[in-house]
Design a protein around this ligand. Structure first.
Ligand SMILES: [Zn+2]
Length: 410
């Protein structure tokens, strides 16, 4: 079902910083893989039980659904912190215990505990009262896996905690509660869709821009928890399946068709007029690209730049976004996807493909509208709608037309 590049999410709007770096969706390429069947969780006094469901919890077992998030970071080793830290092997037996701080490293297919003991290739770790993995506070447990000398840390996070945490990186807390609620549903839908076809037998999503950024539970503002809470369990469905609820910062007046952006039509990802994002700080933008930077980009894209460097938009989608760009100099001319040009120039500089590029004295003047790929929900548009009185259901219906909102399990 991953026919499309499953382009994560949107872009960072954090901290009211309108100039926050844009990110564009990389492709998800890993094939679906079978989920391991979880062992029943043994319970232990004094510390919460081992996550039997290091895979997602069996439906109805606890009422809590988990998502398995690969924590990005160093793979050479990991530092765990907690008052009490306990680790169980896959057989469910307590393998090790520590207080305060533990350093784990992979040695081939085994895990070294605190520089000395060699344990098996898989450990389930829990902390009391909580657990930190590197810089992140995780809400739940962590599975550690040694794979060919690399240590993977997979946080097993209650879905709603994950939604709130991701939301805290994808939207500013000053957004209207209805806009945050709409985004919470989009974030949850993405996660539920990904968990149905995990990236790897051991994890559902990566906690970085490849999927959605998960930085742990530190500093997740109340507004985000409330948005997750209010929409608990709700997802966007299309014909019964979780929809690909992509979103972006600002469409600049009209969202984009998935077909135009990624070459594959999706019935509910169609261009929509949107003037609700007009108060976005990046509704209109300008980037003055220095000559030296233009030369660097040209070179990176395979055109050795001379004095006669030309960069011209040669094709546009029906919504006016650049689809093709030609770069030429000397006898070399290359026409490429506009998205390639944008990537080379920097997503945070050429913020969208709704742009014009014109040579000026000693530089290139790039002017544009909006930020991000433009497909799906326009976050500032959602906020504008909410300010006009729309509820989260109305917002989702507008940006994912033809979809329905329902429970996580249909
Ligand atoms: Zn918009």
């Amino acid at each position: 079902m991953r026919l499309l590049p499953l382009f994560a999410a949107g872009l960072l709007l954090l901290s009211g910083c309108a100039g926050a770096p844009s990110r564009e969706p990389p492709q998800r390429v890993s094939p679906p893989a079978p989920r391991p069947s979880p062992a029943p969780p043994p319970t232990r006094p004094g510390i919460t039980p081992r996550p039997g469901a290091v895979a997602a919890s069996p439906p109805g077992a606890t009422g809590i659904r988990f998502i398995r998030v690969l924590l990005p970071g160093e793979t050479s080793g990991v530092v765990l912190e907690g008052e009490t830290i306990r680790a169980w092997g896959v057989d469910g037996r307590l393998a090790a215990e520590a207080t305060g701080r533990v350093t784990l490293a992979a040695v081939g297919e085994r895990i070294r505990w605190n520089g000395s003991r060699l344990l098996g290739d898989t450990l389930d770790v829990a902390g009391a009262p909580d657990l930190r993995v590197g810089s992140r506070e995780v809400a739940g447990r962590v599975r550690l896996l040694a794979r060919k000398g690399e240590l993977l840390a997979v946080a097993v996070v209650p879905l709603e905690a994950y939604v709130a945490a991701v939301l805290s990186r994808e939207a500013p807390p000053r957004f209207h509660p209805e806009a945050l609620a709409a985004l919470a549903v989009a974030v949850r839908t993405y996660a539920v869709g990904a968990a149905a076809k995990p990236r790897d037998p051991e994890y559902d999503v990566v906690g970085s821009v490849e999927d959605q950024v998960f930085d742990g539970m530190d500093g997740v503002a109340a507004a985000f928890r409330e948005a997750a809470d209010r929409t608990r369990g709700l997802v966007v469905r299309y014909r019964g399946e979780p929809a690909r609820t992509v979103y972006h910062s600002t469409c600049g007046g009209r969202t984009e068709d998935a077909g135009s952006a990624w070459g594959k039509d999706v019935p509910y990802l169609r261009a929509q007029p949107c003037d609700d994002c007009a108060d976005s700080p990046v509704y209109r933008w300008e980037y003055r690209m220095p000559e030296a930077e233009a030369r660097r980009v040209a070179k990176a894209l395979g055109v050795p730049p001379g004095k006669d460097l030309r960069i011209v938009v040669t094709g546009r989608t029906p919504t006016g976004r650049a689809s093709r760009v030609r770069i030429s100099s000397g006898g070399v001319s290359r026409e490429l996807q506009a998205a390639e040009f944008r990537k080379a120039a920097g997503y945070g500089k050429v913020r969208s493909l709704k742009m014009e590029i014109v040579p000026a004295a000693g530089e290139w003047r790039v002017t544009g509208e909006g930020w991000g790929h433009g497909v799906g929900m326009c976050q500032f548009g959602a906020n504008g709608m909410a300010k006009r009185g729309a509820g989260f259901r109305g917002i989702l219906a507008r940006y994912y037309p033809g979809s329905e909102i329902g429970g996580e399990t249909p």
